[in-house]
Design a protein around this ligand. Structure first.
Ligand code: GLY
Length: 404
């Protein structure tokens, strides 16, 4: 009798210790949304009267680190608030989303960098998607116009940076694929055909010049401004010119999935699939599916992980899974990796406890490791794409309608 009881107790202990692994995805998503909404509310309140500021990062020593609207990440927090309003229906989150969105409005006229796409689509793009308010349309169209001034027809690509001219004459970074979503939006909301043409030219040349045979990508490709000839294939934030910087692979995956969604062009779909396979089958991808900051970091398995890359990938994989239902095995593989990433990001290792982490949702992202800046810290883009992934999972996988 005693032996039977002991066996039962031991079995129960094993079951309980492993049951976390089997938490249903609905519960993972609900927990993630709940904590994210608590953190976003905490942060929104903390900066409510700080009129020109947006969150950037946080450290124990420095506390909350803020930015102005010109910083490339300024649109992520407003966008996070919009997604959380969508997921919860909480009107307070909507009113904060409106307040923080207005803080980036001046970026509609920015022509000195390519990040206007990130800034405006995450903030005003989500505002328009959820409210359909016509007041947001001119701001997004102005932004697309500002972005298109950075396109030089002879090169056929949008120039990313005007800085670092000692190294690169016409630098284009893989991240720039993300900015094309603003041009696609403008193409659908105006009579101008130029926005779609610029986006397509940029996406096609990036496909040709940024990618290696295995579908990994360079971070920076620099061109001759007079002819459009490729001059250099380099890195800026990765480990080495020939390495695969994790966030760069995530931007590529997301960018080509988005371009297929927007245009229906199967060249983009096939490219996104190639990138997906590179990521999914990489021998250095950890079991918990949160990548090291660079797939070729020399100190793997001791290298830093990058939660931001995992969050961007999870969101892109969910969308790619939805868009490839016709190939069920591939679609399922995409969903499996996204689920693994969301489970890990929603664990205590990555998800901040309520009221900690300066109001950021996730811990352990890497901004620019070679430069030693923003290493192993919370970052707004990790939070934005994590929340986007949670909402996408809810709507695209679980089929639940949003609560807004
Ligand atoms: N777009 C800049 C970065 O990913 O760090």
């Amino acid at each position: 009798m005693i032996t039977k009881k002991l066996f039962f107790m031991a079995g129960l202990a094993v079951f309980l210790s492993s049951s976390k692994q089997y938490e249903a995805m609905t519960s993972v998503i609900d927990r993630g949304v709940r904590r994210s909404a608590e953190q976003a509310m905490f942060m929104a309140k903390a900066m409510e009267f700080d009129n020109d500021s947006l969150p950037r990062s946080y450290t124990e020593q420095r506390g909350l680190i803020k930015s102005d609207s010109h910083w490339w990440c300024s649109g992520f927090f407003p966008g996070e608030l919009w997604y959380l309003y969508e997921a919860t229906g909480n009107p307070k989150l909507k009113s904060y989303a409106e307040i923080y969105t207005q803080r980036v409005a001046d970026q509609q006229y920015t022509t000195d960098n390519h990040d206007v796409g990130f800034i405006l689509m995450c903030s005003f793009g989500n505002a328009y998607r959820l409210t359909q308010s016509p007041s947001y349309i001119p701001i997004l169209l102005n932004g697309a116009q500002a972005l298109s001034t950075r396109f030089k027809p002879v090169v056929g690509l949008i120039r990313s940076w005007d800085t670092k001219t000692d190294k690169w004459r016409y630098p284009v970074i893989i991240d720039n694929m993300m900015n094309l979503e603003l041009l696609e939006w403008a193409a659908h909301h105006s009579d101008s055909i130029k926005f779609a043409k610029i986006a397509s030219s940029h996406a096609r040349l990036t496909m040709k010049n940024h990618f290696r045979c295995d579908f990994s990508s360079y971070h920076v490709v620099s061109y001759a401004p007079e002819t459009g000839a490729v001059e250099k294939k380099n890195t800026h934030q990765g480990y080495a010119h020939e390495s695969a910087w994790a966030r760069g692979q995530a931007w590529g995956l997301y960018g080509y999935t988005m371009m297929y969604r927007e245009t229906g062009d199967t060249a983009y779909l096939n490219h996104a699939k190639g990138i997906a396979r590179f990521i999914m089958s990489h021998p250095n991808m950890p079991k918990d599916r949160v990548p090291y900051w660079d797939f070729n970091a020399p100190d793997i398995p001791h290298a830093k992980r990058d939660a931001s890359a995992a969050a961007i990938m999870a969101s892109a994989f969910i969308e790619l899974s939805s868009l490839t239902k016709g190939t069920p095995d591939f679609s399922k593989q995409c969903l499996n990796i996204a689920e693994a990433q969301l489970r890990t990001l929603t664990s205590d290792e990555y998800l901040a406890k309520k009221g900690t982490n300066g109001g950021f949702i996730l811990k352990h992202s890497v901004g620019n490791l070679p430069k030693g800046t923003e290493v192993d810290v919370p970052l707004t883009y990790a939070d934005y794409y994590y929340v986007e992934a949670l909402v996408r999972y809810k709507t695209q996988v679980l089929g639940k309608c949003s609560r807004k």
